[in-house]
Write a protein that binds this ligand. Structure first.
Ligand code: COA
Length: 258
């Protein structure tokens, strides 16, 4: 199955993450496919703006694929984070064309981190977002520790990461995570309309603008490096084994702090 569906309408390309039965969770294949699609669109002069969304009505992306990393050791966990940054998250942040996240449902963990990497975030008013990694004995490993704090401030970011609670779309708007909310049936039309408005402007100037905004606001390299190292370190704990085992067996975790 193709994990990414690419469509184009005029100058706007839409990439739809297509694993609805797993709530579009990001496994390695999906990250590779997303990277390849973005790489292809980067040099395609007929495309001036990219929208990323999730298939189905329930989820944008429910996070990294927990089943895939359940047996990972520290080195594999560290590599998972580093490769994710390079292939998708930092890659999007540095992309020369505007990337709009159309958040059509749950954006959790790596799903929220994907939206945070995008340049603009439009939400369905039914969306829910959060960083639940600490319920798995992990931390956000795809830039969430850096980009969320940068976007909404350290205090609110720390609250979201440490409570692992989900917030609704209105709170996401109030906190500055979402640029705007739309009804579910209007979300893609509104994303397309914004992308078309952007596309009427000079692509050269837009690309310069993105680079300059990025120059002042890029997620810090030392922050991302620390995130990758600490993410990997989490894979050595019993808490990680307990958290992942609890999720896969649909039960609540019982953390011992070891
Ligand atoms: N990784 C792998 N599989 C996932 C997943 C993830 N991040 N999120 C959901 N899925 C799978 C479920 O295991 C389930 O698969 P199954 O039908 O084979 O059992 C399927 O997607 C549907 O999810 P389910 O949990 O049954 O739906 P729900 O409506 O009860 O709950 C969520 C929805 C989003 C609240 C719940 O799926 C969830 O908490 N997901 C994980 C979020 C998370 O911790 N993300 C961070 C990962 S680092």
């Amino acid at each position: 199955m193709n994990t990414i569906v690419l469509t184009q309408s005029g100058t706007v390309a839409t990439l739809t993450i297509n694993r609805p039965e797993k709530l579009n969770a990001l496994n390695r294949q999906t990250l590779n496919d997303l990277h390849k699609s973005l790489e292809q669109l980067k040099s395609d002069t007929s495309v001036r703006c990219v929208i990323i969304t999730g298939s189905g009505t329930k989820a944008f992306v429910a996070g990294a694929d927990i089943a895939e990393f359940a047996d990972f050791n520290q080195a594999e966990g560290t590599a998972l984070s580093r490769e994710g940054h390079d292939l998708v998250f930092t890659y999007i942040e540095q992309y020369p064309k505007p990337v709009i996240a159309a958040v059509n449902g749950f954006a959790l963990g790596g799903g929220l981190e994907l939206a945070l990497s995008c340049h603009i975030r439009l939400f369905s008013d039914t969306a829910k977002v959060g960083l639940p990694e600490v319920t798995l004995g992990l931390i956000p490993g795809y830039g969430g520790t850096q980009r969320l704090a940068q976007l909404i401030g350290k205090g609110k970011a720390t609250e979201l990461i440490c409570t692992a609670e989900f917030i609704n779309a209105q709170d996401a708007l109030d906190w500055g995570i979402a640029n705007a909310l739309h009804s579910p049936d209007q979300l893609m039309a509104q994303a397309q309309a914004m992308a078309e408005r952007i596309s009427k402007n000079s692509p050269i100037a837009i690309s310069h603008a993105l680079q300059v905004i990025q120059a002042g606001h890029a997620a810090s390299n030392s922050g991302l490096l620390a995130e990758t190292q600490h993410f990997g370190a989490c894979f050595t704990s019993q808490d990680f084994k307990e958290g992942v085992n609890a999720f896969l067996n649909k039960r609540k975790p019982d953390f011992k702090g070891a």
